[in-house]
Design a protein around this ligand. Structure first.
Ligand code: COA
Length: 697
């Protein structure tokens, strides 16, 4: 896949220049400088020779075939060069030139023209507005980056050229090797999805690293990531987490759904490891590229000082790793050579006068214990120990270890040499224990993702015909918001349990309905124009008798007439009052990139003030529905506190899955809230008390 980009037999640099200050010179120089084995053709109409190589006036004049063209001419000339590529039969092109979509409408128009030309000629394009690409296996540096990464196993793609440069510089400083570097630029044609898939096929790439500001085609990206992450870890840092757009939404679900919720959900559902900062991106990259995944959560910490050991233990506590108690046999083996003041329990504190020999013996014992799945070695410099000799011991022992070994040697001057030894031998070395723990934690989550059983999806028998009918009638009336009775019909068609209710147009009808339903009841205004019924004084709950119903009927209708005089009132809905249930909210919203999203949260202040909600992209698997229920911080309240019976989690899961099916079946549903969904005690299901649905033609 994209073979000509990463392993071309020949490359042309269009816009190659004799002037060392120009980008075209830099790119040409990079293609020569790092021993790329293929042919390189500089293209420039005005030069005869650059860097000792013959120059061709245009692509067509080159006597041999060209696999890849790197274009570094001003934006206005790029379309013409693409036409030349078509003539010459070049099928892969990297456009370095800026001056396209990123500059405004004129640039966007130029980019569209370029895209159209490329498409017509069957030419694939990386860029425009990019730094270029690098493939260390073929020694190709088709970029204007200053430097060439070492050969290694990390494939990196980035939507920011500047970040590519920064990462390259870091990698060179830290001795971290890369397989590929791709600057995506404006992603006019080739996007992150294809690059990810091509790196998945590349034998030299073990870990895929990415910096993204946006995703081009959410569902396709997720599908690809899901497939790729089955075999290779994908670690992404995503910036630009804006909530703009969400503000205009009218439902709770819409208002709470910033684009970051969508990315967060999409990453979780497709096995992508999200790095929250550049710092953790590097930290994860080091660990994933160099070490095996832990077989389980059992962590052993070896330290020569108490404080860092405790910091590491605290960090472990916040992670999914487990500070495994040391078994008696292992503890006895440690005691045999450790001083009596040492602690053989986890963290294993071999104390301040620990020597290289003590470190080595301890590491050996820990590595041989199968219940300890990963080892974190901490070292603070002391006069008793040479950090470099400990580093060498670790390197030696790591050769036969079948578990991850991670280190945090703390300090700077006296451990610099040791760190270099570790880095040179692919032992991740961090400045602080917390970084080491978070990298191991990410590795453990990834392992669990890879080993999880296949996702299960449920398909419910639903009445889509009924839903279509209701939607058609709403659209015919030029409305977008469904009134409550319509929303109820939709929910009923999707198998939700609803409270019994009747529409009453008079006080008398309301009293009759209440008697039939049974007290206590709830009264709500029935009007297509009143969206926020409670805020408008359109809801009364806990009505125990005839007199209360009469009074509530009068009050509700007068409130609406007063506060929203233009509202068309159909009557008042008399509804069964569900007495035992915890309020939750489930909803649908749509994300521009990823499509339908499902939300879950506890009702009332939990959703409105604390915004304690979870999102996932539809269709939801049973596992995703379960995970989102457990993800909210207030989940313990559903499990039951202070002797309360647990809420019916199965009922919530069922509601989420039904809603997910609706979101997929009916793209016209742009927003929906079931609020509240009253969750009864375990085994008794959940009742959709109120719902708002907004559709678009
Ligand atoms: N075919 C071949 N060569 C051509 C050409 C064509 N159609 N049109 C122009 N050239 C030659 C020029 O003659 C010049 O060579 P010279 O130095 O021998 O005269 C060379 O290509 C470059 O053209 P020039 O007009 O001098 O442009 P430049 O070098 O100042 O800038 C870019 C060109 C592409 C570097 C510049 O337009 C640009 O986009 N810079 C920003 C790049 C960037 O930031 N990318 C994103 C990074 S993340």
């Amino acid at each position: 896949m994209l073979q000509h980009f990463f392993n071309p037999s020949s490359v042309a640099v269009v816009g190659a220049s004799q002037n060392p200050a120009k980008i075209g010179y830099e790119i040409l120089n990079n293609t020569f400088r790092y021993n790329y084995g293929g042919a390189v053709y500089p293209i420039n109409p005005r030069a005869q020779e650059i860097l000792g190589h013959k120059v061709y006036p245009d692509l067509v004049s080159v006597p041999s075939e060209i696999d890849l063209a790197i274009i570094a001419v001003p934006a206005a000339a790029v379309v013409d060069v693409i036409k030349q590529c078509g003539e010459k039969g070049v099928d892969s092109v990297v456009v370095i030139s800026a001056g396209f979509k990123e500059t405004g409408p004129e640039g966007a128009r130029l980019e569209e023209e370029l895209a159209m030309q490329a498409r017509e000629l069957g030419i694939r394009v990386v860029g425009p507005n990019c730094l270029g690409i690098i493939d260390t296996a073929s020694s190709l540096n088709a970029s204007f980056a200053a430097g060439m990464p070492l050969t290694g196993h990390i494939g990196f793609f980035s939507q920011s050229g500047a970040l590519c440069v920064a990462i390259l510089d870091w990698a060179l400083g830290e001795n971290v090797g890369f397989s590929r570097f791709v600057s995506l630029g404006n992603k006019m044609d080739i996007s992150e999805t294809e690059i990810m898939l091509s790196m998945a096929e590349d034998d030299n790439t073990r870990v895929i690293l990415g910096y993204l500001e946006s995703v081009e085609d959410g569902p396709r990206f997720m599908e690809a990531a899901r497939k790729v992450s089955e075999t290779k870890p994908i670690i992404i840092i995503k910036s630009g987490t804006t909530t703009a757009g969400a503000k205009a939404a009218s439902s709770h679900t819409g208002a709470l759904a910033g684009s970051d919720h969508a990315y967060r959900a999409a990453f979780k559902q497709s096995g992508i490891i999200r790095a929250e900062s550049m710092h953790s991106l590097f930290a994860y990259a080091m660990a994933f590229a160099a070490q095996p995944l832990p077989k389980g959560p059992g962590l052993a910490i070896i330290t020569n000082s108490g404080g860092p050991g405790i910091l590491a233990a605290d960090a472990c506590d916040r992670s999914s790793l487990h500070l495994t108690p040391i078994r008696k046999e292992t503890a006895d083996r440690l005691r045999a050579f450790l001083p009596p003041t040492a602690s053989v329990y986890n963290p294993i504190d071999i104390i301040g006068d620990a020597t290289q020999e003590r470190y080595e013996k301890t590491i050996e014992v820990v590595l041989s214990d199968d219940v300890l799945h990963a080892v974190l070695i901490l070292l603070t410099p002391t006069v008793a120990v040479s950090a470099e000799t400990v580093a060498r011991s670790i390197v030696r022992l790591a050769k036969n270890a079948n578990k991850p070994i991670i280190t945090a040697f703390m300090g700077e001057k006296s451990i610099r040499g040791a760190r270099k030894i570790l880095q040179d031998h692919a032992i991740p070395s961090y400045d602080y224990p917390e970084d080491a723990i978070s990298a191991l934690d990410a590795m453990l989550s990834y392992r669990r993702w890879r080993e999880k059983p296949p996702m299960q999806y449920r398909q419910y028998e639903v009445d889509t015909r009924k839903v279509r009918q209701v939607f058609a009638s709403v659209i015919k009336q030029r409305r977008h918001d469904l009134i409550e009775s319509e929303a109820r019909e939709i929910l009923r068609a999707y198998g939700f349990r609803l409270p019994e209710s009747r529409i009453a147009r008079t006080t008398k009808e309301a009293v009759r309905a209440a008697t039939e339903i049974g007290y206590p009841v709830v009264l709500k205004i029935a009007s297509p124009d009143v969206l926020h019924k409670s805020d408008m004084g359109g809801v009364r709950v806990g009505l125990e008798d005839e007199a209360m119903v009469e009074e509530a009927f009068f009050e509700i209708t007068s409130n609406i007439q007063l506060r929203q005089p233009e509202a068309h009132i159909l009557g008042v809905m008399v509804q069964e009052m569900i007495l035992q249930g915890r309020e939750v909210i489930v909803g649908i919203t749509r994300d521009m990139q990823f499509g339908p999203m499902i939300m879950f949260g506890l009702g009332g202040i939990y959703v409105e003030v604390l915004k304690d909600v979870a999102f996932r992209i539809a269709p939801l698997s049973v596992e995703s529905a379960d995970a989102m229920i457990r993800e909210i911080q207030s989940f313990p309240l559903l499990r039951g506190v202070r002797g309360e019976a647990p809420a019916d989690i199965e009922g919530i899961r069922d509601a989420l899955l039904r809603l997910s099916q609706m979101a997929v079946d009916f793209p016209e549903v742009i927003e929906a809230d079931v609020n509240p969904l009253l969750v009864c005690p375990e085994g008794q299901g959940a009742v959709a008390v109120d719902a708002r649905i907004t559709i678009q033609e």
